[in-house]
Design a protein around this ligand. Structure first.
Ligand SMILES: NC(=O)c1ccc[n+]([C@@H]2O[C@H](COP(=O)([O-])OP(=O)(O)OC[C@H]3O[C@@H](n4cnc5c(N)ncnc54)[C@H](OP(=O)(O)O)[C@@H]3O)[C@@H](O)[C@H]2O)c1
Length: 373
């Protein structure tokens, strides 16, 4: 039975990294809207102790107003940021959750020290879990040994409850046979436009204009981000893979250096037009599929019947099919919006609430045990 909640709300501090990013900004708005209600609803008094991005930092022992924090941000140096991190590691510090809304390797570098100090992490940043397997295992072990919540639900499929249910399947000892999914919003958008008859160059320009791709669209087209998602998904599902074990077929390989961009795009337009026409004539559509199973792990294009749930999926939606030893004939399907700052921030807030509740319950239980002893 979980320990009884204390009569008053438990204070848990938050440190938000990525203050003015898309997800970080949406997270601040949602935290501001929910902060007061979380006392009654969850017994939590969440305070924004500090927040920073690369350009500014704000700190307040009493808690910052999340929605109006921009005016409090001021330039800072490395020493100030390190003093903040040192504070988190102090044994007497208020239980804290670091909220990582960046895609920064430099922030992922710090996860081991935070978990080792019992600091919780709620992250939308998939970099840490897509590193070599030894690093991923170390994070999971530190989290378990130190009782530090480590939550990363939004790193695959945004706010779709996907990694949590998968983790539960694995914890209850049910072997996962395979996972397949459509997990890239930007590549699904491109495919939808191509199937509608648009030229590759026009679809790519539109995706860039709408902010669906990274500033360098080849980061999406090389399928590297999708490969990272598959690696995280596979590891959570119990396939302990190294990055090199993934077969990655790019959506479109970048042109060799010195290639004329217009000639490259014209060639891609012709290649895609022929491929799409052939698929449609056969009653099929292309999907960019990420899949892992006993045969290995692969990210790449597949042609599927147009009525297949993956092929009929509207752009912007993610869908995952999970087959386990108990769910073979009727596999588990999970789907929903796979990107967008507001929905992702909602998933991060969910992770923060879960992590903060865990820290509160642990602290309360340890007090109870020390009184009993
Ligand atoms: N957007 C989505 O729909 C979505 C969906 C699922 C997951 N995600 C993930 O969520 C994360 C954030 O995405 P986003 O779209 O919000 O990105 P974004 O708009 O580019 O924001 C990134 C933020 O991180 C900050 N940052 C970068 N490096 C930093 C560092 N070393 N130290 C401190 N701050 C740093 C940036 O600060 P500066 O502005 O000062 O550089 C900025 O505030 C990414 O990992 C992304 O993959 C996003």
């Amino acid at each position: 039975m979980p320990p009884c909640p204390p009569s008053s709300s438990a204070r848990i501090d938050l440190v938000l990294i990525g203050t003015r990013g898309q997800v970080g900004s949406a997270f601040r708005q949602q935290l501001a809207a929910q902060q007061a209600a979380l006392g009654a609803r969850a017994g939590l008094d969440l305070r924004l102790l500090a927040t920073f991005d690369r350009r500014g930092l704000a700190f307040d022992l009493e808690g910052l107003p999340p929605a109006e924090v921009e005016a409090r941000l001021r330039p800072y140096g490395e020493a100030e940021r390190e003093a903040l991190f040192a504070r988190l590691r102090e044994p007497a510090a208020t239980p804290t959750v670091v909220v990582d809304c960046t895609a920064a390797e430099a922030i992922a570098d710090r996860y081991p020290e935070w978990l080792a100090a019992g600091v919780g992490i709620a992250t939308a940043n998939k970099r840490a879990n897509a590193r070599p397997l030894a690093f991923y295992r170390r994070l999971r072990q530190l989290a378990q040994a130190q009782g530090a919540p480590y939550r990363f639900e939004t790193t695959v499929g945004a706010a779709i409850p996907l990694l949590g249910p998968l983790q539960e399947i694995v914890l209850r000892g049910e072997r996962v046979h395979s996972v397949q999914g459509v997990l890239s919003g930007s590549l699904s958008f491109l495919l939808e436009r191509l199937h509608a008859g648009e030229a590759f160059s026009a679809a790519l320009a539109e995706a860039r204009r709408l902010g669906y791709t990274e500033p360098d669209p080849f980061e999406d087209l090389r399928a590297e981000d999708l490969a990272r998602k598959l690696l995280v998904l596979a590891r959570v599902a119990g396939f302990e893979l190294e990055n090199e074990a993934l077969e990655v077929e790019p959506f479109c390989a970048p042109p060799p250096p010195q290639t004329n961009e217009a000639a490259f795009l014209a060639a891609e337009d012709r290649r895609w037009r022929a491929a799409i026409e052939a698929a449609l004539a056969a009653g099929e559509r292309y999907v960019m599929l990420a899949e892992v199973g006993s045969a290995g792990a692969r990210v790449g294009l597949r042609r599927l019947p147009a009525q297949h749930p993956f092929a009929a999926l509207p752009a912007g939606q993610n869908l995952v099919r999970i087959e386990t030893e108990l769910q073979q004939e009727r596999p588990l399907w999970l789907g929903g919006p796979g990107a967008g700052p507001a929905i992702t921030a909602a998933g991060v807030l969910g992770d923060v609430i879960a992590a903060a509740s865990e820290l509160r319950d642990r602290r309360y239980a340890s007090r109870r045990f020390s009184v009993a002893a």
